[in-house]
Design a protein around this ligand. Structure first.
Ligand SMILES: Cc1ncc(COP(=O)(O)O)c(C=O)c1O
Length: 374
C-alpha cells in the first residue's frame, strides 16, 4: 500500500493515540512462511516463540491457534502459557519456581536446567520413571567469530569448564536422562554464522561425551523480516549445516525479535510545535518509554511524514512526552511538513516494547489489532 493510502486507512480507523497496532495478518503470514520453508527446504527444525518478547493476549492467541511451541522463562509466564492451553512448552531461565519446575517435568515439557538450584530440585525427585531434561550451556563466540565481544555468560553452565562435572553428577541418578542442550547468546550478535558455530560445538561435545541428544535448542537472536540485513533463509542455511554431523537430532529455534518485531507499529499524534532559533521540536503524544528507552534517535522507521529539503540548516526533532531530554524519536535536517493533530507512524516495534512498558510517567498505550494487511 502507498504511504498516502496507508495514512488514509489508519486515519479512517480513528485510533486513539498513542497506540500500538498489532498487524495480525503479518504474523499469520510469517508463521505460514516459516512453516512452509522449514517443511519443504529444511530438516527437523522446530519453531518455538519467546513469550517474553511480546506476550500480548492477541499475539499469544495467534500462536496458540497455529500450534506453535512457546518458550517461557518464569513462573508467571509458565502459568499463563499453560492456562491458555499451549501444548508444547519450553521452560528456560533462572526464574522458575520449584512447583512449576516439577509440573513441567510431569507434563513432559522441555525443561532446560539453568543452575545448581534447579539441579538440586531435579536430584530430589525419587520417582523411578525416566525424567528427560536439557541443560543450558554457554561459551563465548569470540574464539570463533571475529569482532564478537568476550562474554562470561551468567546463564547455564560453561560448555568447556563445567558441563562435564554436571553430567557426571547427574549420571549417578539413574532416573535422569540428559536429552538436550540449550544455548542462547544474550549478546547483540545476530549473524547467522553464530548458529553454525553453536550447533557444531554442542554436537562435538555430545559426541566426545557420548551424550545421546534428542534436541539442541539454539534460542533466539534472529534478525529477519525487519528490513534486516539477513533473511530467514540465511539463518536456516546456517543451521541446516548440522546435518553433516547428526541427521536425527531436532533443532529448536526460539525467535522473539526476529518474529514479532515487524508485526507491530506505533501510532502517535503531534500535539505541539515549538520553533526555536536552531531547532524545531515536534512534540508527539508518544514516547521512547513505549518503544525502547535506550534507543538512539532515528532507531525506528517512520511513516506519514512529508519532508522537503531546506536551505536552513535547522534540526527538526520529533520528541516524546516524558521528562527525559533524550526522549527524541526522530531527527531530520529537512523541513518537516507537520501540523498539530497529524499522525506519525513508527514502524516495526513489536519486540520488547509492549511487554516492557511501565507506568512511569505515562499510561500504557492503547493496543489495536488490525486484521488485514496495510
Ligand atoms: C532463552 C531465550 N530464548 C529466546 C530469546 C529471544 O531472543 P530474541 O528476541 O533475540 O530472538 C531470549 C531473549 O532473551 C532468551 O533468553
Amino acid at each position: 500500500m502507498e504511504i498516502q493510502d496507508a495514512q488514509k486507512f489508519i486515519n479512517s480507523k480513528s485510533y486513539k493515540t498513542p497506540c500500538y497496532i498489532f498487524k495480525k495478518k503479518t504474523l499469520i503470514n510469517l508463521l505460514d512462511y516459516i512453516d512452509v520453508s522449514i517443511k519443504t527446504k529444511y530438516h527437523n527444525i522446530h519453531l518455538a516463540y519467546s513469550f517474553k518478547t511480546n506476550s500480548d493476549y492477541k499475539v499469544l492467541k495467534v500462536l496458540l491457534k497455529k500450534n506453535i511451541s512457546i518458550e517461557v522463562v518464569s513462573k508467571k509466564e509458565y502459568k499463563i502459557a499453560k492456562q491458555m492451553g499451549f501444548k508444547n512448552i519450553i521452560y528456560n531461565g533462572p526464574a522458575k519456581s520449584k512447583k512449576t519446575f516439577f509440573d513441567a517435568l510431569k507434563n513432559n515439557y522441555i525443561v532446560n536446567i539453568e543452575n545448581k538450584r534447579e539441579l538440586s530440585w531435579l536430584k530430589s525427585i525419587k520417582s523411578k520413571k525416566k525424567i528427560k531434561v536439557g541443560i543450558r550451556v554457554n561459551f563465548s563466540l569470540s574464539n570463533f567469530i571475529t569482532d564478537t565481544k568476550i562474554i562470561n555468560s551468567r546463564f547455564g553452565f560453561n560448555l568447556y569448564e563445567d558441563l562435564k562435572k554436571v553430567l557426571k553428577d547427574i549420571e549417578q541418578y539413574k532416573n535422569i536422562k540428559v536429552v538436550g542442550l540449550h544455548y542462547h547468546v544474550s549478546q547483540l550478535e545476530r549473524m547467522p554464522e553464530k548458529f553454525k558455530v553453536v550447533i557444531q560445538e554442542l554436537l562435538i561435545f555430545a559426541k566426545r561425551n557420548k551424550l545421546k541428544l534428542d534436541y539442541i535448542d539454539i534460542g533466539g537472536g534472529f534478525d529477519c523480516f525487519n528490513n534486516s540485513q539477513f533473511t530467514f533463509d540465511d539463518y536456516m542455511k546456517a543451521i541446516d549445516n548440522y546435518k553433516k554431523f547428526n541427521k536425527n537430532i531436532k533443532i529448536i529455534i526460539e525467535p522473539g525479535y526476529g518474529l514479532i518485531n515487524s508485526c507491530y507499529d506505533y501510532l502517535t499524534t503531534i500535539v505541539d510545535i515549538k520553533k526555536t532559533k536552531k531547532t524545531n521540536f515536534f512534540l508527539c503524544d508518544g514516547s521512547k518509554l513505549h518503544l525502547n528507552i535506550k534507543s538512539k534517535v532515528n532507531s525506528f522507521d517512520v511513516d506519514f511524514i512529508k519532508e522537503i529539503p531546506s536551505k536552513k540548516q535547522k534540526e527538526n526533532y520529533i520528541v516524546g512526552m516524558s521528562c527525559m531530554e533524550s526522549d527524541r524519536l526522530y531527527l531530520s535536517n529537512n523541513k518537516l511538513l507537520l501540523k498539530v493533530n497529524d499522525k506519525i507512524l513508527f514502524k516495526n516495534c513489536g519486540a520488547y516494547t509492549s511487554s516492557w512498558v511501565s507506568n512511569f510517567i505515562l499510561k500504557e498505550p492503547y493496543i489495536y489489532t488490525l486484521n488485514s494487511d496495510f
